[in-house]
Design a protein around this ligand. Sequence first.
Ligand code: NAG
Ligand code: NAG
Ligand code: NAG
Ligand code: NAG
Length: 966
Amino acid sequence: MFSLLLGVLYILTPTVWGDISQRASLANNLASNGSGSPYSMNVTDCPGYTLGSLQESDTGLTAHLTLAGPACNAFGLDISDLTIEVTYQSQSTLHVKVYDTANQQFTIPESVIERPAAPTTSYAGNSDLIFNYDTTPFAFWITRRSDPGAMPLFDTRTSSLPPTPIPPFNASDASTAFDGFPLVFEDQYLQVASALPYGTNIYGLGEVVASSGFRRDIGTNGGVGTIQTHWSLGVSDPIDQNLYGSHPIYIEHRYNSTTGKASASGVLLLSSAGSDIFLQTPPNSKVSLIEYRMIGGILDFYFFSGPSDAEVIAQYGSVIGYPMWQPAWGFGFHLCRWGYHNISDDRENVAQMRAAGIPLEVQWNDIDLYHAYRDFTTDPVSFPGDEVREFIQELAANHQHYIPIVDAAIAVTRNSTDVYDPFTRGVEEDVWIKNPDGSLYIAEVWPGYTVFPDWFSENMLSVWTDSLKNWSDMGVEFSGIWLDMNEPSTFCSYSCGTGANFSSVGPLTDVSSVVIGYPECYNETLWGPSGNMTVNGTSTYSCATNSTTMTMIEKRGVGAGSEEGVDLNNPPYAIHNAVGSLNQHSLASNATYSGGYVDLDVHNMFGLMEEKATHLAIQSILPEKRPFLISRSTFPSAGKWTGHWLGDNFSKWQYLYLNIQGVLQFQIYQIPMVGADTCGFNGNTDEELCNRWMQLSAFTPFYRNHNTNGALPQEPYRWDSVANASRIAIAARYAMLPYWYTLFANSSMAGIPPVRALFYEFPDEPELFNVDKQWLVGSDILVTPVLTPGASTVEGILPGRGSVIWRDWYTHAAVNATSGGNTILDAPISHINVHIRDNSALLLHQEPGYTIYETREGAYSLLVSLNAAGTAFGTAYVDDGISFPPGPSRSLTFQAAEGTLKIDSNGEYEIVQILETITVLGVQKPTQVAIQGSPVEGWTYKEATEELVVSNASVGLNGQTILVWR
Ligand SMILES: *[C@@H]1O[C@H](CO)[C@@H](O)[C@H](O)[C@H]1NC(C)=O
Ligand SMILES: *[C@@H]1O[C@H](CO)[C@@H](O)[C@H](O)[C@H]1NC(C)=O
Ligand SMILES: *[C@@H]1O[C@H](CO)[C@@H](O)[C@H](O)[C@H]1NC(C)=O
Ligand SMILES: *[C@@H]1O[C@H](CO)[C@@H](O)[C@H](O)[C@H]1NC(C)=O
């Protein structure tokens, strides 16, 4: 709901710069007077390592690495004795772990991320990936068994890398200079670089809103590349900066223009350390490179061989864990805003949505719900517990749901008469994060002074579970939980409340200001000043705004500081944190957790640990049901516990487009339940933008309209055209639920991404590698949204270079597509282009209902789209949509060829709904149609779309069905 806004950032910038220049001048002083600094700040002289004591085994090898010369102590102290372990984890996954033999460096505990068991079979002889190494200086490279002569997938040899030194990445920022690529392993600085093919295609490494789009910028001939910083930060979706989550995993989609073939591989550096990851192509270099610079931890690499992009993602999932099972209702439409001031506002919404005939599955509340902005409370005046309970039970009676917000910060009681059990109980059970001296770490968030949960504390889960349970018992009978501010976010630096008088700072009061800015496309000349800016009927179709302009913030984090000794607050290597100091707007890096962990090491995992605890808590409060969670800060394996929304975006056309890369990124990160604040969060939206956005988000996994406090209302019923657009898009979404549900089952069972970039399915078509204005739902549904104002057409590519028949979702007409280039498609307002791939068979709901429950109660239909050879194939996974662990299920397969459709059904789950209608596209007009050998009456045929419709098929789905047309 809230994070630091760009505007706020500008205000704070002078302080940030002050902080950094102070550090820079300190560094200069140390350098010039030669006194005290133990660090050389120059990796050129780092000696690298020598490999020895090699032991090979069935599953891989281990060896020692010893420092090959005098320590360089660049940004920390060199560690002289390392161990390397190489494990062939499976045929497609290779694990390379380099750690300090003394085990002093931070390593992610198994209690936070469970790692795969050691292999019981030897893959050393048949793995797709081969580990190669040099002993002196130690370097390694990874090749494919099937293509040993090709450039390695990963290669740390200095001889393979560009010559050094390389000029600064960014002329004003000396810390970006590439001044050498030896392996560096220090207590506060680790560095490793790998050569990559010149200008290759890299995806992932976020969370980021990248100006380059979904494909990361690797630069060409010294041009700008990427510095991706990993340090969780609650900022409002800035471009090209670190933000809420940290995912050091990338896919390389490598294309060989000689053969015209591509293959994908992936690399995970499983580290929670603050880091910069550089993607760069130096001047006159024949290769590009990736360089990791981390301020702690160990080198824990996993390599994935693909060779398809979806396989890379699935292989990654097999290491960190597949995504959680989603309840079917989670795919419904969610409605939220900051600024539903009381329970009547909630009721009004539910009634208005119903009156407008726009399906509403889940009503949400933001922090308006709370008493004095305290978690696990309700305001006694505006949200009395009994009324909240009554409201939620009314929703439940209509098969609708309720989700409240939970912020990460817990209010500190203000005086001796102030009663707030979650805090007091937590003090008694010792579950709050501490300062290094053992006192409570006191931040400042909405309720005033606060503490933060220490997820490493052994009593944390029970305190957290009881807090949620008591809240539910008090009336907030939630179906799911929304986790916010969990980077974690705070409004002050360091433990600002330590020693303070807690009664002096109360809840924030000035949070209700009205958002006065015009919507992006508002024409004051045409519609008058803001006083006339009524919502209903405001048409802004003639927007002239150049929505492609990027509003970038300047990079900060300039230069490398240098301090004496190990400094938790300001490590010698300054990562490019968007707000400079590691201690701004978030828990300070010296904050201390149970077990002696410090925030510097575990910062990026705070959100993950909260998600795990909350997931487990919900499981015990709502037993045997699938939890539903949406959270802001994420880390590898978070998808096991939560979904994600793309944070505090803006009501701007640019962000409508930027949604798409966010949804695609989180498919790589194995957090597939993801979506944006539809119609935009910050700022005022308008009718046209909201119209397009409600339609776009209907084809992304998590579908929620959410708005900031004080902005113009943007519920879909506020404008007739948006209501209409929403009904159309939601009808399509709900019809496709069995398809979405199947995609998510395949994600939870095998890690296969539900939403795909076009090139995942068409890997050898380079014109697709940069496409991020369209996406595929599964392999068979292509979405081409309008992303600009005033449009009546949209350009989109229909992949397959003419080999695929793409048919319109609504009319079933085949598109006359341009091969390998853009096709112009009609896109009047309230219409989103959706196309069905050929050779597909989609199980659908025949009649979308008002809720997911009603939709699922109704009959099924089947849509078969034949290719030129007359074949089609599809599958469906069906179960009760709610049980956890999942109960009995049924797998359906649909296969068509030579005028016959065969439906096979396997499993224990009994499907009571019948398959009412079967539609086959691409059929020559038949003379006879039969099911199970008996002629069918009343089938129809549409010449224009070559469409056979058997509308009274009425077959069960628990056995085999054969449909024949002749
Ligand atoms: C790093 O050391 C090398 C070799 O000693 C030297 O040439 C180079 O100028 C140094 N770079 C910096 C930034 O001090
Ligand atoms: C592309 O493939 C050709 C033929 O197999 C091979 O000779 C060449 O090395 C490959 N190029 C790259 C960059 O791997
Ligand atoms: C103690 O704190 C509560 C909660 O903020 C407040 O309502 C009350 O006025 C405070 N009492 C005193 C004596 O300050
Ligand atoms: C606003 O509307 C006026 C009157 O139609 C028009 O002349 C002007 O160009 C419009 N401004 C923008 C920014 O579209």
